[in-house]
Ligand binder design. Structure first.
Ligand code: NDP
Length: 245
C-alpha cells in the first residue's frame, strides 16, 4: 500500500514512533528514523526495516533545534528524493505543580512538542505542496481533552497540536495533503514510567481494562497514511480504550 513512499518519523528509536516506523515499512515505505540520544536503538530500528527489504537511514536531530531539522529535511531529500509522509511523534513530558514547574521545563516541553512540530511542518510543507501529495500525522494526547495533573506544558502543547492540526489541514488539503493528529490514552512505552504509581489508578478507570500497545497506535497511523482515509481532514483521533468517556 505504501510502496514507493518515503516517511520521516521523529522519535522513531523507541515507543510509538518505533512502532509507526516499522508499520509503515512493513507496508512498503522507506523510512528516515529520527532520534535524539539513543543511537543504538535507532540503528536497531533501521536494521529491522532493512531486513524487510525497505530502505532506512537514521538521523540524529533534536526536534527543538530548527537548524538540525533543516539538515534532516535536506538529508532526507538527498538520500530518498522526496518526503511523502511526516510523522511528528517525538515528544517529552515534565511534571510540576503551578508553583513548582520550572521555566526551563516549560520551555523544553514547548520547544520540543510544539515549536519543533511547527518548524518541521514548515520545512516539509513546501516540498509536499510542490509534489501535490502528502500525509502529516501529529501526536497529540488524551491530555489535550482530559486533566493530567501537574502536566502544564505537556497538556498545553498537546492541545496546541490538535488546534494547529486543524489550521494546517484546512490550508493544505487542496494540495492533496492530509493533516491529522492522534491522541493516545495510555500506551505501553518508556513514557508510561513517568506516571509512576498513578498508572494503576488510571488502568482501573479504563473501560477496556488495559493499556494500549504501541502497535495499535501504529495501525491507526497507517490507516491515516493510506489514500482510503483521504477525506479525513484535521481530525484528532482518540485511541484510549474508552478512558475519556
Ligand atoms: P518515548 O518516551 O517512549 O519515546 C520518545 C521518543 O522521542 C524517542 O524515540 C526519543 O528519542 C524521541 N525524542 C525525545 N525527545 C526528542 C527530541 N528533542 N528530538 C528528537 N527526538 C526526541 O515516548 P512515547 O513513544 O511514549 O511517545 C511518543 C509520542 O506519543 C509523544 O509525542 C507523546 O507525547 C505521545 N503520547 C504518548 C502516550 C503514552 O502513553 N506513551 C500517550 C499520549 C501521547 P531517543 O530514543 O533518542 O531518546
Amino acid at each position: 500500500m505504501l510502496k514507493g513512499k518515503v516517511a520521516l518519523v521523529t522519535g522513531a528509536s523507541r515507543g510509538i514512533g518505533k512502532a509507526i516506523a516499522l508499520k509503515l515499512a512493513e507496508h512498503g515505505a522507506d523510512v528516515v528514523v529520527n532520534y535524539v540520544n539513543n543511537a543504538q536503538a535507532a540503528e536497531e530500528v533501521k536494521d529491522k526495516i532493512s531486513e524487510m527489504g525497505r530502505k532506512a537511514l537514521t538521523f540524529q536531530a533534536d526536534i527543538a533545534d530548527r537548524t538540525a531539522l533543516e539538515e534532516m529535511v535536506d538529508f532526507t531529500k538527498q538520500n530518498f528524493g522526496k518526503i511523502d509522509i511526516l510523522i511528528n511523534n517525538a515528544g517529552i513530558v515534565r511534571y510540576g505543580t503551578i508553583t513548582d514547574m520550572s521555566q526551563k521545563d516549560w520551555n523544553d516541553v514547548v520547544n520540543t512538542n510544539l515549536t519543533g512540530m511547527f518548524n518541521l511542518c514548515q520545512l516539509v510543507a513546501p516540498h509536499m505542496i510542490d509534489q501535490n501529495y502528502g500525509k502529516i500525522i501529529n501526536l497529540s494526547s488524551l491530555a489535550a481533552v482530559m486533566n493530567l495533573p501537574a502536566s502544564y506544558g505537556y497538556t498545553a502543547t498537546k492541545a496546541g497540536i490538535a488546534a494547529f492540526t486543524r489550521v494546517l489541514s484546512a490550508e493544505l488539503i487542496e494540495k492533496n495533503i492530509n493533516v491529522n493528529a492522534i491522541a493516545p490514552g495510555i500506551i505501553i512505552t518508556d513514557m508510561l514510567d513517568s506516571l509512576g504509581d498513578a498508572a494503576e489508578f488510571y488502568k482501573a478507570q479504563i473501560p477496556a481494562k488495559r493499556f494500549c500497545d504501541p502497535e495499535e497506535v501504529a495501525e491507526l497511523a497507517y490507516f491515516l497514511c493510506q489514500d482510503v482515509s483521504r477525506y479525513i481532514v484535521g481530525q484528532t483521533i482518540v485511541i484510549d480504550g474508552g478512558l475519556a468517556l
